[in-house]
Design a protein around this ligand. Structure first.
Ligand code: HEC
Length: 112
């Protein structure tokens, strides 16, 4: 009886901790999606389908496991560029700071 009671208390704590963690993770994901929206990225990109630019899932798949991809993509987001996904250029995004570009690229590369 006594053991069962303790087990139940522990289980409840574990569940509460998991729930809090889940909320935290989804909050971060939401914040990054909002940042992408507020920086106008979503005018040309979507997470899972091609719009004007490649889908962010395709970008993540292309650069999966490439260590230097992040720094390269941060510069590409700020300065723009063409020729990797086709002949449509991504214009420069001077409204995006280097720190924001890094947050956005990390988020893009985490899409699956
Ligand atoms: C006007 C449309 C447009 C906007 C706005 C835009 N992109 Fe793009 N993006 C593109 C196009 C087109 C490409 C493909 C460029 C190429 O083929 O080299 C691209 C490519 C990319 C890539 C892959 C680059 C590579 O070399 O593989 C990333 C990452 C990316 N965009 C992120 C962003 C982020 C983050 C924002 C918001 C700050 C943004 N884009 C805003 C059109 C846009």
């Amino acid at each position: 009886m006594c053991d069962l009671y303790i087990m139940e208390a522990v289980m409840k704590k574990v569940l509460v901790a998991l729930f809090a963690l889940g909320a935290l993770v989804s909050n971060v994901a939401m914040a990054n999606a909002d940042l992408a929206k507020s920086k106008n990225c979503m005018a040309c990109h979507a997470v899972s389908n091609k719009v004007v630019g490649p889908s962010f899932k395709d970008v993540a798949a292309k650069y999966a496991g490439q260590k230097d991809a992040e720094a390269k993509l941060v510069q590409k987001v700020i300065k723009g560029g063409v020729g990797v996904w086709g002949q449509v250029p991504m214009p420069a995004n001077p409204q995006v700071s280097e720190a924001d570009a890094q947050t956005l690229v990390k988020w893009v590369l985490s899409q699956k």
